[in-house]
Design a protein around this ligand. Structure first.
Ligand code: GTP
Ligand code: MG
Length: 431
């Protein structure tokens, strides 16, 4: 699939309805970045200021004629629109302009389709794509997604719908519905394994910390930096790259600090405004790591002039995936590209750069202050016959003091809630 990058970049029109979107300029800048992420280039931009989109063709009648003429004059064949259109709006516009129309959700689904690597991500994207296609069978975007799915399956799987008769359409509807159920079933099987792994992790009682934030803000780079400092020697680095949606999976790594305290850190899919609903649904299990976290680190690209809008997008998306009341550290990244001093902490905010070690140490300190609050310091007297307990604590806990008494080993040790409970029988009051 390395071929994707070899594809020529396709010139397209981007278009939007300026009065129906809050912060229109930012929305169009975001659309342009999404278009680039899909190996396209916004060669022409068309705006219209209607109060309400035309129910039949989205744009007004005169505008549609203008679009057709502009497209022909510039030899452009695709128009990407900064909104979600009804299936009939897409069909009408395609008929009247002769252009292939891609709406916002279609665009994001196509990007995700190109990026998905793991089996889980592929299934999740496929489900979202098929659900999107179902009411849009006779549109060009449905064909595009079909061709993508066909290419991913090794070629030959794609089929075209345009201009096909009603019988063909019915057949396709059934085929798509079958494919959705099949993919859902496969995903469910995969998620079973994931649930087992999660149960094992929960049993270990380690705090869960999740990196979240707008796409391309530096989550994976931050994860890799922390893993380099505190991960196990054989921990793999996660994929980091200057492109939207580089990460479509959740990776989890264990960090162990010099005082033996441990936590699990996860890195996941980045956000963008108005992530399609069926995509969010399909990615629910991937995103659940964030929903179950004890602490979120919101990574923000502080060097991007739109960082405030990106933060608002992140907050909104988190609400949508059901994340409420999880404590958050605001990590303003890429300070090396700004005038700001770094690392610089103020309350729950940190200005930093993900590849700067002092920054990573500052972030670590903030994380530790948050997640290890619930630790208690106990003194345990462990009989010599329970040597495995002493061994476990040596590996997993911060031992402040060790005394060898006639009756056993006496440890003063910091314990998380699960371990404190587990070893409650050994607690003594030190003499
Ligand atoms: N200058 C600078 N670049 C950074 C910093 N952190 C990350 N980057 C770059 O920003 C780009 C995106 O980084 P990633 O870590 O892949 O971002 P992400 O948030 O994981 O992105 P997605 O997985 O696409 O959501 C890469 O080109 C990184 O090299 C930083 O502190 N300074
Ligand atoms: Mg990433």
């Amino acid at each position: 699939m390395a071929k994707i990058n070899a594809q020529p970049i396709q010139d397209v029109i981007i278009a939007g309805m300026s009065k129906t979107v809050a912060n229109y300029d930012y929305a169009m800048a975001e659309l342009e970045a999404l278009v680039e992420a899909n190996h396209m280039h916004a060669a022409l931009r068309i705006d219209q200021g209607l109060e309400k989109p035309n129910p039949a063709t989205f744009f007004g009648k005169g505008k549609v004629t203008e679009i057709k003429a502009d497209a022909e004059a510039n030899d452009l064949h695709i128009m990407v629109i900064n909104a979600d259109l009804t299936p009939s709006q897409v069909r009408n516009l395609e008929e009247q302009t002769g252009l292939d129309i891609i709406d916002r959700t279609g665009l994001i689904l196509e990007i995700f389709g190109n990026r998905a690597r793991s089996k889980e991500a592929k299934l999740q994207v496929k489900i979202a794509q098929l659900q999107y296609q179902l009411p849009r069978l006779r549109t060009s975007i449905s064909n595009r997604l079909d061709q993508q799915a066909g290419a991913a399956a090794g070629g030959g799987g794609g089929y075209t719908n345009r201009g096909s008769g009603e019988t063909q359409l019915e057949l396709n509807r059934r085929t798509i519905q079958d494919r959705i159920s099949h993919a859902k079933h496969e995903l469910k099987e995969l998620n079973k394994d994931e649930q087992v792994r999660r149960a094992q992790r929960d049993k270990a009682g380690l705090p869960n910390v999740a990196l979240v934030g707008y796409t391309n803000s530096g989550k994976s780079t931050t994860m890799n930096g922390l893993v380099r400092l505190f991960g196990k020697g054989d921990d793999k680095q996660v994929f980091e790259k200057n492109m939207l949606f580089a990460t479509l999976d959740t990776s989890i790594r264990q960090l162990t600090f010099p005082d033996n305290k441990q936590l699990l850190l996860s890195d996941t899919v980045g956000f963008v405004s108005d992530l399609p609903h069926n995509l969010i649904n399909a990615f629910r299990s991937t995103l659940s790591e964030a929903a179950n976290a004890d602490l979120l680190i919101q990574v923000i690209d502080y060097a991007d002039p739109h960082y405030k809008e990106m933060m608002a997008t992140t907050e909104k998306t988190l609400k949508e995936i059901g994340v409420h009341d999880v404590p958050m550290i605001y990590a303003f990244n890429k300070a090396d590209l700004t005038e700001a001093n770094y690392p610089n902490q103020q309350d729950d905010q940190l200005i930093y750069a993900a590849r700067d070690e002092a920054s990573l140490q500052a972030l670590t300190k903030m994380i530790k202050e948050q997640v290890f609050q619930g630790y208690v310091t106990n003194t345990l007297l462990i009989p010599f016959s329970d040597g495995d307990v002493v061994a476990y604590l040596n590996d997993h806990a911060n031992i402040l003091k060790t005394d060898y008494l006639a009756t056993g080993t006496q440890l003063t040790v910091e314990l998380n809630a699960v371990d404190a409970q587990r070893f409650a029988n050994y607690v003594v009051t030190p003499a």
